[in-house]
Each structure stands twice: as C-alpha cells, then as structure tokens.
Design a protein around this ligand. Structure first.
Ligand SMILES: NC(=O)C1=CN([C@@H]2O[C@H](COP(=O)(O)OP(=O)(O)OC[C@H]3O[C@@H](n4cnc5c(N)ncnc54)[C@H](OP(=O)(O)O)[C@@H]3O)[C@@H](O)[C@H]2O)C=CC1
Ligand SMILES: O=C1OC[C@@H](O)[C@H](O)[C@H]1O
Length: 397
C-alpha cells in the first residue's frame, strides 16, 4: 500500500524534525538547491538536511514564483527562484536535488551537471536507458557526483537482508517474488498517469524490480518469460499495473525465476477494503527457507525480515534500524552506526554528502546499476508491447 507508506513517512519525518534539534551547521556547509515544489521534497531532502550538519537549505525553485516563495518560507530556504534555470545559474548552489516528474529528470539533472553542480536525482533515474547512459557520461565528463535517489538501498535493514541472502546459510536462491501496489488508486490527475511525463507503474514502482535485482546481484534478465499489463483507462500507453515473469542469472550462475507485480490501482478486497497491509515487499525462496522482507521500501517506518525454514516450518524475525554490516563501524554525522530514527532518505543523504566531500560513501547506487535498471524497464515495456518512455529534451534533430 504504497500511498499509505508514503503518508506515514511524511509523519515520521515531521516527528523526527520536531524531536531532533537542528545541529549547528559547518561553516562551509554544502548549499542545496531543490528543483520543483514536489510533494516528496519534505521527506526526501528537506527533513534529512535539517539534521545533517554539512548541508543547508539554500534555494528552492518552482515554475511558479509564488509557489517557490511559499516553500522557502515554510521550510526556511534562504532563496526562492521562479524558474529552475535561475536556481542553476546561482553559483552559490553546490548540490541539486531533482524532484520533477520523471520525464524531466534527464533535462534538469543534465542542466545542473553542465553548471558543475552535484546531483541527487529522484527515481526512476530517467525516462529510458538511453537518457540514463547519456546522463552518466555527462557527469563523468564534468567530474561531478550524480546519484539516483534509490533511498531504500541505503537503510541498515537492506544491508542485513543482503547479508542473510549472501551468507547462503539457507542455501542458494531458487526464486523471487516482489510486489508494490496501491489501492485506492493513485489519484486521477497525478503525474504517474501521464505518458508524456514518463508515467506508468513500472516506472513509478521501480522498487519491485530493484528489490529483485538487488537480491540476486543481477544485471539484465536472461529472459523475459512473460509480461502482462493492465492499461490505464485514460491512456493505454500507461501501465496501470504490470505483471512480469523474468529469468535472472543468480549469484551462483543458476537461473532464477523472478516475478514482479506492480499496481497503481490495486482492486479493493471484496470491492470495498483497501489492502492497507500490503506494503512493498519481496519474498526470496532459497533451497532451505522462504525469506520475506516486509516493507523493503521504507523500512524506517517498520519492517521485518521473516525467515521460515522449510525443514521445520519455524519462522524467525530480523529487524535492523541502525548500524548493521555496512554502517555499523562508520562514524556518521549522527554518531557511530547512525541513528535508528533516520529514514532511508537520511541514510542516503549521509552517503551523498560523503561522496561530494570526496570521501568513499559506505554504500552507493552505482551509475551502472541505474543504467541497467532503466534498460530493464525499457525491455519490460517492449515485451509488453508498450512504447518506451520517450526523450523529450536534448535530442539533436
Ligand atoms: N523517493 C521517493 O520515495 C519518492 C520519489 N518520488 C519521485 O519524485 C518525483 C516527484 O514525485 P511527486 O512528489 O509525487 O510529484 P508532485 O506531482 O508532487 O510534484 C512534481 C513537481 O514537478 C514540477 N513539475 C514540472 N513540470 C511539471 C509538469 N509538467 N506537471 C506536473 N509537475 C511538474 C512541479 O513543481 P513546480 O510547479 O514547483 O515547478 C511539481 O510540483 C517523481 O519522479 C517520483 O517518482 C515520488 C514519491 C516518493
Ligand atoms: O517512490 C515512491 O514511493 C512511494 C510511492 O507512493 C510513490 O508512488 C513512489 O513514487
């Protein structure tokens, strides 16, 4: 129930901002510029920046000057810009967060990179694989940090889950099943329904594919065995839901059947009950156990990793809110091993700032990972008989 999880994250972040005093900022703290007034801004960067000593809320831009001014007042940004370009033209901006609709990620990330800014770009990274490759190349040419904001991957729970799977304590992986759904439906006018804004369930709910590829350390699937889409009623090019059966090559070179189900308008149970309990999750079957990561998307709210051993039928539970195999020994800006109140976005910011400061971040979403993720989404659309999300900017005619 992605919308509920999202709403709870807004509350979680708001509570964290009330309970945790804003630390003194470093004299040379990085100046953040935010491109758009998106709903996700508060959870994804504004609250995390408040508790990070090395970043300040410097500027926010909107297509509407008054919207930018209101956001700046609400969240205490120093500057408000009535155009995205004006924000990028400000030499004081060091790092940029791009939270526009998907179709504009490439354009505004590229324009920020051209200005020498480091970029944290929302997921899905771009509209398609071609844009992803071009963006990564541009960042490398300009020598700036570029990161897809795949926040869930930075959380300690994700790292413990990896540790369990990679240990082979329960044998090799033999199958995966990931899902992300929301019902009641995503509202009708939302950007996620618009083809020209690179909408669609496989784009927005890219997490299910990410959980799967992460579990398997997989790149492209060996085969897309089948894909079925439920098209949006208003635009058949937009997938309201997608069901995909893929075969990946697993970490031991074995072939692994992997199911993905994403749905932006999950039918209500018995026609009336929203499935509030259905949070973005993945089940991994190994030779000896079923390992279920519940709420892999926003584990800071609540999560568990349930391990049910096939031989005994017994289930044990693992949870992890701080420390863990990657952050455990790290001196973070919140102390050793970070803080259990930190959201996925706060862990992500910690790593992003490390990278901008030239320090090796404990965890990183590689450029290759972001490119392949977009390439696989392209191939899912092609297999489904739907068009790949187009590039609207920067193509030489
Ligand atoms: N990491 C996460 O957990 C989440 C990530 N996301 C991602 O963040 C991005 C934004 O999502 P969300 O917050 O729901 O988006 P919203 O619809 O709330 O905001 C998108 C913003 O983009 C700007 N914009 C620019 N051009 C357009 C256009 N043609 N139509 C509509 N808006 C436009 C608008 O800002 P303005 O008018 O100020 O210019 C608008 O406020 C998406 O890429 C989404 O996938 C979303 C939710 C969660
Ligand atoms: O990234 C996201 O996380 C939460 C979802 O509700 C949302 O659709 C998606 O964009």
């Amino acid at each position: 129930m992605a919308l509920v999880v999202q709403a709870l994250t807004f509350l979680h972040e708001y509570k964290a901002s009330l309970l945790h005093p804003i630390p003194n900022k470093n004299p040379g703290a990085l100046r953040l510029g935010v491109i758009s007034s998106a709903a996700i801004n508060a959870a994804a960067v504004i609250r995390p920046v408040e508790t990070h000593p090395d970043v300040i809320l410097y500027a926010i831009a909107s297509r509407e000057p008054e919207v930018a001014r209101a956001a700046a007042r609400n969240y205490h940004f120093t500057k408000a810009y009535g155009s995205y370009q004006d924000l990028l033209d400000d030499p004081q901006v060091d790092i940029v967060y791009v939270s526009t609709p998907n179709s504009l990620h490439f354009e505004w990330s590229a324009k920020a990179i051209e200005k020498g800014k480091h970029v944290l770009c929302e997921k899905p990274f771009t509209s398609n694989g071609d844009e992803a490759r071009r963006l990564v190349k541009l960042a490398a040419q300009k020598g700036v940090v570029l990161e897809e904001a795949f926040h869930w991957q930075f959380h300690p729970a994700a790292h413990v889950w990896h540790e369990i799977l990679d240990s082979k304590k329960y044998g090799k992986i033999i199958g995966t099943n990931a899902r992300m759904t929301t019902g009641p439906s995503v509202p009708g006018e939302d950007i996620r329904w618009k083809f020209d804004l690179a909408g669609g369930s496989a784009m927005d709910m890219t997490y299910a594919l990410s959980f799967t590829r992460q579990a398997l350390h997989a790149k492209h699937p060996e085969e897309i065995a089948s894909v079925a889409c439920r098209p949006s009623k208003s635009d058949p090019r937009v997938d309201e839901a997608m069901y995909a059966n893929m075969i990946f090559r697993g970490p031991d070179s074995q072939l692994i059947p992997s199911k993905i189900y994403v749905d932006m308008a999950r039918p209500l149970l018995c026609g009336i009950i929203p499935r509030f309990w259905e949070w973005p999750s993945i089940e991994v079957e190994t030779e000896e156990a079923i390992i279920y990561f519940y709420n892999a998307m926003m584990p800071h709210l609540y999560h568990y990793i349930a391990i049910t051993e096939k031989r005994t039928g017994k289930t044990s539970y693992v949870k992890k809110y701080s420390g863990g195999p990657i952050w455990g020994d790290v001196e973070t800006t919140g102390g050793k091993g970070g803080q259990s109140s930190w959201s996925t976005y706060r862990w992500q910011l910690e790593a992003f700032v490390d990278a901008v400061r030239g320090k090796k971040p404990p965890y990183w979403v590689t450029s290759e990972e972001s490119i392949i993720q977009m390439e696989v989404i392209d191939s899912l659309y092609t297999a489904a008989g739907l068009p790949i999300r187009p590039t609207n900017w920067g193509k030489k005619s």
